[in-house]
Design a protein around this ligand. Structure first.
Ligand code: UGA
Length: 437
């Protein structure tokens, strides 16, 4: 099929390459000329395992092209809207101005039987509003909603073989054709056994919001348990293992630590709360502000722990911060707990030297005063204490004996609960983690 993708950020770039990989002919559009040039040259402007490979092969096949010229989408049957919906500057609400702008730019180039496929994460009610916008422009193109559930670090796999596909389609004259077009574009994925949930526009929008709200709640739940565990001498990891065996609960997303960050979970729960307030239903999701508060408290807990474990006076310590990305296999530092911990320690007066295998460039853009090292060993050299804030495999695999030889004092805060306490203590370390004795 000929398809277009509007927006070449994380979601759009991966989606465009994945659609071309499935055999479709894809034109991908972005207003950012630098981004378009980089992608057209096969260089994603962010770190995502597997993306360079499918990007290069799709470009070489001629099935994938990037452009800044929106008029080139004419002739495509499906138009995926994949622009960002960041948190607004002045509130928790989502800023949908990029979605509005994308639709307005697209409308003059739409054919009457085209299908516009929303993928961006939007407040419930947006799709209906956009459908009306298309209708009042005089176009008879159909708008559907098909939310994306990709995780950074697994974006290619999640796009090509997702857990499920959700098609939100408004009832009406074009519903059947729209459904058929979606089934056709995802034919290979559906044939491989991916379940399809076909529903209305509002449900499709809400599925995405609810999924992220649930995941965020799960993480904050276990982090709340880690506070209780810490005060009572219990072990939150063993607690998670034990409750996780109950298949109704499940063990995934029950890792306590410094909490969740990134460009999705934090802003999506805030946007959900803001939308619920608008609907007069703030109390229905009031718990999400507690989820947010627990999550942000974890960052403070880690900062305070580092200072306390190093003797209580931040101004006299050198801290090695291991990790800056919001999670491993990513160079994303948006709302990153790791970067906040580094910043908090600097603000408290500590000398901080940070290292991350992929995220130092993006981190320095946001926090230019941060001192970074060339590698973990350099960050650890002469440090009074280390704090592991992003669980990159190279940090998890560190040999405590080698680390101890580098540091001034053998102290480590494991803010992701991923190191073996016994091994670190055996190497002479003062070891502490989040909710494990
Ligand atoms: C998240 C969702 O997992 C995706 O399904 C969704 O499509 C995406 O947002 C989105 O809305 O686009 P992502 O932001 O890539 O994906 O990251 P996650 O893997 O969900 O991790 C989020 C944060 O939670 C990370 O900071 C991670 O370290 C933290 N986390 C995760 C924990 O603290 N504990 C856990 O047990 C799991």
């Amino acid at each position: 099929m000929r398809v277009s993708v509007i927006g070449c950020g994380y979601l759009g770039a991966v989606h465009a390459a994945a659609m071309a990989d499935l055999g479709h002919e894809v034109i991908a559009v972005d207003v950012d000329a630098d981004k378009v040039a980089a992608l057209a040259a096969g260089n994603p402007p962010f770190f995502e395992p597997g993306l360079p490979e499918i990007l290069s092969s799709s470009l070489a096949s001629g099935r994938l092209r990037f452009t800044t010229d929106i008029s080139e989408v004419a002739g495509a049957r499906l138009h995926f809207i994949a622009v960002g919906t960041p948190q607004s500057n002045d509130s928790g609400a989502a800023d949908v101005s990029f979605v509005n702008a994308a639709i307005d730019a697209l409308i003059p180039h739409l054919g009457d039987t085209d299908v516009v496929v929303g993928k961006s994460t939007v407040p419930v009610g947006t799709a209906q509003r956009l459908a009306e916008r298309i209708l009042t422009s005089g176009s008879s193109a159909t708008l559907v909603w098909n939310p994306e559930f990709l995780r950074e670090g697994f974006a290619v796999k999640d796009t090509l073989s997702p857990d499920r596909l959700v098609f939100g389609i408004a009832p009406g004259a074009h519903a059947k054709q729209a459904s058929a077009a979606l089934h056709e574009v995802y034919a290979a994925t559906i044939a491989a056994g991916t379940p399809v949930v076909e529903t209305d526009l509002a449900t499709a929008e809400l599925v995405k919001t609810a999924a992220n709200a649930f995941l965020a709640t799960k993480i904050s739940f276990i982090n709340a348990m880690s506070e209780i565990a810490e005060a009572t001498g219990a072990n939150v990891t063993e607690l998670a293992d034990a409750i996780g065996y109950d298949t109704r609960i499940g063990r995934r997303f029950l890792n306590a630590g410094v909490g969740f960050g990134g460009g999705c979970l934090p802003k999506d729960i805030r946007a959900f709360s803001a939308r619920a307030e608008e609907l007069g239903l703030g109390s229905s999701v009031a718990f999400l502000s507690e989820v947010d508060a627990i999550n942000l408290r974890q960052r403070e807990r880690v900062i305070n722990r580092v200072i306390a474990d190093a003797g209580g006076d931040a101004t006299s310590i050198k801290v090695a911060v291991l990790g800056l990305a919001f999670k491993p296999q990513s160079d994303d530092v948006r709302d990153s707990p790791a970067l906040d911990v580094a910043r908090g320690l600097v603000d408290a007066g500590a000398v901080v030297v940070a290292y991350d295998p992929e995220a130092m460039g993006p981190a320095l853009k946001r926090f230019p005063e941060l001192t970074v090292a060339q590698n973990a060993q350099q960050a650890l050299l002469d440090a009074d204490i280390a704090v592991l804030v992003t669980e990159w495999p190279e940090f998890v695999d560190l040999d405590p004996r080698n680390v101890g030889d580098l540091m001034k004092h053998k102290r480590i805060v494991d803010a992701r609960n991923v190191l073996d306490p016994a091994a670190w203590r055996a190497a002479g370390f003062h070891y502490s983690s989040m909710g494990r004795p």
